[in-house]
Design a protein around this ligand. Structure first.
Ligand SMILES: CC(C)(COP(=O)(O)OP(=O)(O)OC[C@H]1O[C@@H](n2cnc3c(N)ncnc32)[C@H](O)[C@@H]1OP(=O)(O)O)[C@@H](O)C(=O)NCCC(=O)NCCS
Length: 175
């Protein structure tokens, strides 16, 4: 089985490798950048100071909690609108397609709705990322709109599909 635990400084080496992997970054909205380990250490320190409105978790096998398999985050948490923004990556291609993403998204949804008292989770996904779209649809997210040609990736503009999940919809699915 898998579990979520809070991201740790020791995870940064592996995360830095992922963030420099052009194939992985091609799936994300963010542009490809060369990122050295100092940049990632600063990124982590910034997170430690922003824990009131962000959650960053490592996805691990519960029999080997030190080895991070993926990263899942809930960012821009807003306690007036009671919303947060979901991001996920499973780092190694050998670990994709095994249900780890499905586990992590379901676990983070439950954390957001049942512990943090959020009411809405939102995300953006490139229209070319069929695996992620399938993952979000199977965990209950619905399409809310399209930001046309919003992201410049590998020399061309790609549209971003906006998706959202409300707590009341999730409650209905999980009753
Ligand atoms: C997208 C991602 C998080 C999915 O995680 P995962 O652990 O591989 O997903 P799962 O194994 O839980 O599978 C989720 C669903 O996607 C489906 N899927 C996998 N690859 C697919 C593909 N290329 N096309 C369509 N569906 C696909 C699976 O079959 C499964 O659906 P099913 O249960 O109906 O069969 C993972 O592939 C990843 O990290 N990719 C790179 C980073 C990324 O794209 N992050 C998301 C940015 S929005």
């Amino acid at each position: 089985m898998y579990k979520l635990r809070e991201l740790d400084r020791e995870d940064l080496k592996r995360i830095n490798r992922w963030r420099n992997d052009p194939h992985l970054i091609a799936c994300l909205g963010a542009p490809y950048r060369h990122i050295n380990e100092d940049v990632d250490r600063e990124w982590y320190d910034k997170y430690l100071h922003a824990r009131n409105n962000s959650v960053r978790c490592a996805i691990v096998d519960d029999e080997n909690e030190t080895e991070i398999l993926g990263l899942i985050s809930l960012l821009s948490i807003n306690y007036i609108n009671r919303s947060g923004e979901l991001h996920i990556m499973i780092g190694g291609s050998e670990n994709r397609g095994k249900g780890i993403g499905t586990f992590a998204v379901n676990a983070m949804i439950e954390h957001a709705f049942c512990n943090l008292n959020l009411r809405r989770i939102e995300l953006g996904v490139l229209e070319t990322n069929l695996a992620a779209i399938r993952l979000y649809e199977k965990t209950g997210f619905v399409r809310e709109g399209v930001k046309r040609k919003a992201n410049y990736k590998n020399g061309e503009y790609v549209s971003m599909i906006m998706m959202g999940l409300l707590k009341e919809e999730w409650n209905l699915q999980n009753r």
